[in-house]
Design a protein around this ligand. Structure first.
Ligand code: FPP
Length: 265
């Protein structure tokens, strides 16, 4: 597989590229419907798009990819689709572990994983353990994830510490809240991509994306290819990231995503 070519490389982010890209993979159902195929076929092809995306990200030296694979709201779908999705996720972890190791990708999950099936939880635990020693690239799957439940979980953890005296109220600032989010160990996403032409964030990384650039593409997720990924990167590089500041500094040169990026010198 072509992935092998990049497996031994350390990340060499191209200048101005985002450090962390988070993706709302939407459009699997419409892809299947347009072909008179069952929805699960769209999800299966979506899993193929995940593999292509990981390779494209590694080619571009993007260290962090986070994928919205199953939201807390997705339990409301027909039971058969939920079961199919869970089976697909198990299958993905079983079959992709070798590939993740070859590509030196650390695997993590964010979300209320304790509500997932025992079998899936074991797969997740094994995959996390088998890839824990990698540090160059991180794939995070958001599974049974919702930004609002994440906030509730963080506030409950903080509340417990306040109650048992291990935390002072005076020390509760955003940094403290951030440290109690599922993403405590991840940098905030620089770029959020949403496929399928929908323009919303759907309860995904709402706090973390406070200053993220957002890229919407009409491409349905199963059709998402390396060229789509590259187009999102090219668009990101054109953005002017201000982080609440102003471009009007009196300098001739505008502040761009490249100048402002933590990876640029
Ligand atoms: C949204 O499309 C997609 C999902 C709810 C699931 C995402 C899952 C995958 C991409 C496949 C498996 C993932 C991994 C990591 C192996 P939709 O079904 O809402 O599409 P629609 O809006 O066209 O109906």
């Amino acid at each position: 597989m072509s992935e092998v070519n990049v497996s031994t490389r350390s990340p060499t982010p191209k200048r101005g590229n985002p450090q962390h890209i988070a993706i709302i993979m939407d459009g699997n159902g419409r892809w299947a419907k347009a072909r008179n195929r069952p929805r699960i076929e769209g999800h299966r092809q979506g899993a193929e798009a995940v593999k292509r995306t990981l390779t494209a990200a590694q080619k571009n030296g993007i260290p962090y990819i986070t994928l919205y694979a199953f939201s807390v709201e997705n339990w409301n779908r027909p039971a058969a689709e939920v079961a199919d999705l869970m089976q697909l996720l198990e299958h993905f972890l079983s079959t992709q572990l070798k590939q993740l190791i070859e590509q030196r990708i650390r695997f993590r999950v964010i979300g209320r994983t304790k509500h997932l099936s025992e079998k899936l939880q074991v797969k997740i635990k094994d995959t996390v353990a088998a890839t824990a020693h990698f540090s160059d690239y991180t794939l995070t799957l958001a599974l049974n994830y919702g930004a609002r439940t994440e906030l509730v979980d963080a506030l409950q953890a903080i509340g417990n510490k306040l109650q048992n005296g291990t935390l002072d109220l005076a020390d509760v600032d955003y940094n403290c809240i951030q440290q109690h989010l599922y993403t405590a160990e991840l940098p905030d996403p620089d770029l959020i991509i949403r496929s399928s032409g929908e323009y919303r964030l759907s309860n995904f990384l709402l706090l973390q994306s406070a200053y993220a650039e957002i890229y919407f593409t009409p491409t349905l997720w199963p059709d998402f290819k390396e060229a789509d990924f590259e187009a999102a990167l090219a668009d990101f590089k054109q953005r002017e990231r201000r982080f609440g500041n102003t471009q009007d500094t009196g300098n001739e040169t505008p502040v761009t995503a490249i100048d402002n990026h933590p990876l640029s010198s």
